[in-house]
Design a protein around this ligand. Sequence first.
Ligand code: FMN
Ligand code: SF4
Length: 405
Amino acid sequence: MNEVRRLLPGKQTSSSPISKERLVERGFDRALDYALALEPEEIISTVTKSGIKGRGGAAFPTGVKWSSVSKAEGSVKYVVMNADESELGTFKDRVLLEEDPLGALVGLVIGAHAVGAKKAYCYIRGEYREVEQTLARAIETLRHGGWVGPHGVEIEIRRGAGAYIAGEETALFNSIEGKRPEPRVKPPFPTTKGLWASPTLIQNVETLANVAILFAHDLHWFTAYGTQDTVGTKLVGLSGHIRRPGVYEVPFGTPMQEILDAPELGGTVSGSGRLGAVLLGGAAGTFLTPQEVKNTVLDYPSLGAIGASIGSGAIMVFDDTVNLEWVVTKLARFFAEESCGQCVPCRIGTKRILEMMETGELWTRTSDLRALGQAMKDASICGLGQTAPVALLSILERPELRHHA
Ligand SMILES: Cc1cc2nc3c(=O)[nH]c(=O)nc-3n(C[C@H](O)[C@H](O)[C@H](O)COP(=O)(O)O)c2cc1C
Ligand code: SF4
């Protein structure tokens, strides 16, 4: 399988990523003129039919979200691009914004029109200074074309300040509002009460880029790749023991093994050359055994069937010499440090897990870890606490990984 380039521009492209020429070359000028002339319901219907699901991790159907915000009561509405990207092993949004910043912005402008928002925010990870400048210039390109400005939508960039939790949608709203980035209790959901308690559409960078290419082409073109259940392509970030680390765009349905091995993709496992495990989906992801990697394709149902999810598309590769207990301890420290501390199951639970990992109790306290993990899943306010035990529990479910731990 060759690498596909749809969300990412073709390698032969020579125009500047923020230029008018690039806008035309990618068909984004057409997409904007076409979409902004449509009734909002027509846009939402196309997005719904496309089957696009959120690429920020939760895979929520995008059309459903757009429809909810559009129908929500309120004279002021907002749209937000979530470019906080602080999930471990995840760097696809940075690459996407470096190579094609106009795509995600075009999706943002179309989203604003669809839900009736006059103001949009791009919330970008604090360390992505250069990307921020590129994004600012790309916004100016759209302003010169008349698609951004007082008559349409105004776009403002806000920079994050290094907290992983600020990527959680409601924590992000608090951050934009100048408050501590602590998640809010849901419901109410952002679709009805988001930024400044107004209906808010928040989408990941890659989700918005999908909307842009959908309107630059058509449904038929868009649905040509993928599987029946999971349409389109996905950016994956390969890191760890892999010969060609980086961001690749692959059709949904691509065998996981092929993503690791194909010469144009991962180019095979490095280190010992023998696969030990893959951590799919970042810190809150799932460990897969070599056998699972061999038998599974990249799509939501196939991965769901083995208790895994694509998450942000991070694929961390470990050769068979890596002590996975050491990896899990690192993950536990990450969560203990990044918990905002607002709710007890997460504040205390992440610390207890870290203590058990540091004292080498992964395989001796399995029932305690399972009970603690369940309590955290059930009772934490937000996704951080709910998913912090997932990677750890996924190892316990796969005793064949024990000899690596
Ligand atoms: C701890 C935490 C961190 C998150 N970080 C990000 C992030 O950096 N980028 C992102 O798009 N979504 C992130 N999310 C998911 C967002 O809350 C939200 O679901 C997403 O931005 C919605 O966009 P989508 O539907 O396009 O995926 C995070 C969630 C949690 C719980
Ligand atoms: S689950 Fe953790 S990160 Fe989320 S609100 Fe509770 S303490 Fe904060």
